[in-house]
Design a protein around this ligand. Structure first.
Ligand code: PLP
Length: 473
């Protein structure tokens, strides 16, 4: 074989190359005349290059990640191991039910777990993200009213809502009507009452809301809505705040989506994949996307037999790998899901109380899993919330969510999650206090931050629309 080996003229003995070239089994005409043009760089150098690049990335395994509303909790690695089992990864989505019993059983059990956690009666696992779950839920609500022969066009959405809520309702053809918050950061009930008429299909609510506050009048709200013949949609992306303590059914909701990639420990932040299952009450069961997974006592099967189904919203079963991770996480945690919520709430309140003297707290009441500060005091001294966020990066923390919710000026939205130790929380608190002091004593230090990151400030819009992925020293 004279393909890649040069014929050796070595006279010291028989070389390996000589031994192989004795076998002349590739026809001369196929042999390469010039050496193949491989990059002149070894595997080790390539590995170091990519490792170096990956080290520049920030992730939960590297530092504190208090991104409010996003629930950046630790994702146990055993979930990855289970999701990569060959029986799951090599199963073809078109394999028939008999050949897919294991995967179907997993989905069936996950459906059961999610109905238990949300208190609801039925669930679809198809939606690929939270916003996709919202769209699915709103399509269900739309079809429900169509089936009843009612043409309700309006959806009420509190001004504290996540931006995806109005977007999803609008995509479904609904008209969005904003409900104001009162001075305590709660839905303004009087305003809500003034908006109710027979044209209102539903209200979309997050509870706790995006201020991290539990809507204390939620039962009154659900009664008002139901008395008006309207439905209630629960944005359950922030389920980490209530697991095992209460659920949307008890609060009177009809439809809820949950973010498996937030509450149920699937890695996120890089754009997916995620999963946003939608759970509904009994009367909306027949409207779910098909197929759902059912069990006839002997066999798990894909059930397409739903009378008013809105159709499919995602090919096959959605992001199956995410479902495996969530199921593993739920089984592993068991009743400790309740404790996870308790610790998430405790951690948020701990940081809030410690930072209160240094930053303004617009709603000074006990919070749930997150809370919102305002950087107004610092802004008056010429340092905006954006600068504070950038300076935090020097303290090995991912900046919190900023400028959201919109109803708080210079908002800084902090969600520590249950995963962190007290030592880590204290480290973050110290950094935040140090920054507040710098704003008084050395504002230039904050205004020119970050000082320790590979790149300083990027044009975020440009970076998102025209990413330049070439490597520059
Ligand atoms: C994250 C989030 C969403 C959207 O979820 P995606 O998976 O990003 O589409 C919706 N509502 C709230 C309150 C959220 O925090």
């Amino acid at each position: 074989m004279r393909t890649i080996f040069e014929k050796s003229n070595n006279t010291d003995g028989i070389s390996v190359t000589d031994a192989v070239t004795d076998i002349d089994y590739i026809d001369e005409k196929y042999l390469r005349e010039n050496p193949v043009g491989l990059p002149q760089i070894g595997e080790l150098e390539v590995m170091r290059h990519y490792k170096e690049l990956s080290d520049r990335n920030f992730c939960i395994e590297k530092g504190f990640y208090p991104l409010g509303s996003c629930t950046m909790k630790y994702n146990p690695k055993v979930n990855e191991l289970l999701a990569s089992l060959e029986g799951f990864t090599a199963l073809h989505p078109l394999a028939n039910d008999d050949a897919s019993q294991g995967a179907l059983k997993l989905m069936y059990n996950l459906q059961a777990a999610l109905t238990k956690i949300t208190g609801m009666d039925a669930v679809t696992l198809q939606p690929a993200a939270g916003a996709h779950g919202e769209l699915t839920g709103m399509m269900i609500i739309k079809k429900y009213f169509e089936t009843k022969g009612e043409n309700r066009k309006k959806v009420l959405i509190p001004d504290s809502a996540h931006g995806t809520n109005p977007a999803s309702a609008h995509m479904c053809g609904f008209e969005i009507v904003q409900v104001n918050s009162d001075s305590k950061g709660q839905v303004d009930i009087e305003h809500l009452k003034s908006l109710l008429d027979k044209d209102v299909a539903a209200i979309m609510m997050t509870n706790p809301n995006t201020l991290g506050l539990f809507e204390e009048k939620v039962l009154e709200i659900s009664k008002l809505m139901h008395d008006n013949g309207s439905l209630l949609y629960y944005d359950g992306a922030n389920f980490n705040a209530i697991m095992g303590h209460t659920n949307p059914k008890l609060m009177g909701f009809d439809v809820v989506h949950i973010n498996l990639h937030k509450t149920f420990a699937t890695p996120h932040g890089g754009g997916g994949p995620g999963a946003g299952p939608v759970c509904v009450v009994e009367k909306l069961k027949e409207f779910l996307p098909v197929p759902v997974v059912s069990f006839d006592g002997k066999k798990y099967f894909r059930n397409y037999d739903l009378k008013h189904s809105i159709g499919s919203v995602k090919s096959f079963f959605g992001n199956f790998g995410v479902l495996v991770r969530a199921y593993a996480y739920i089984l592993m945690m068991g009743n400790n899901l309740k404790e996870a919520t308790e610790n998430a709430v405790l951690n948020a309140n701990y940081i809030k109380e410690k930072l209160k003297p240094y930053y303004d707290l617009p709603y000074d009441v006990p919070c749930m899993h997150e809370f919102v500060l305002t950087g107004e005091r610092q802004k008056e001294k010429g340092v905006s919330t954006l600068n504070i966020a950038k300076r935090l990066m020097d303290g090995n923390a991912h900046p919190p969510t900023v400028y959201f919710p919109l109803i708080v000026h210079e908002a800084i939205m902090i969600e520590p999650t249950e995963s962190e130790t007290k030592a880590k929380l204290d480290e973050f608190i110290d950094t935040m206090i140090q920054i507040a002091k710098e704003v008084d004593e050395n504002p230039e230090k904050v205004l020119s931050a970050p000082h320790s990151t590979p790149v300083k400030r990027v044009d975020e819009t440009l970076a998102a629309r025209h990413p330049d992925l070439t490597f520059k020293e």
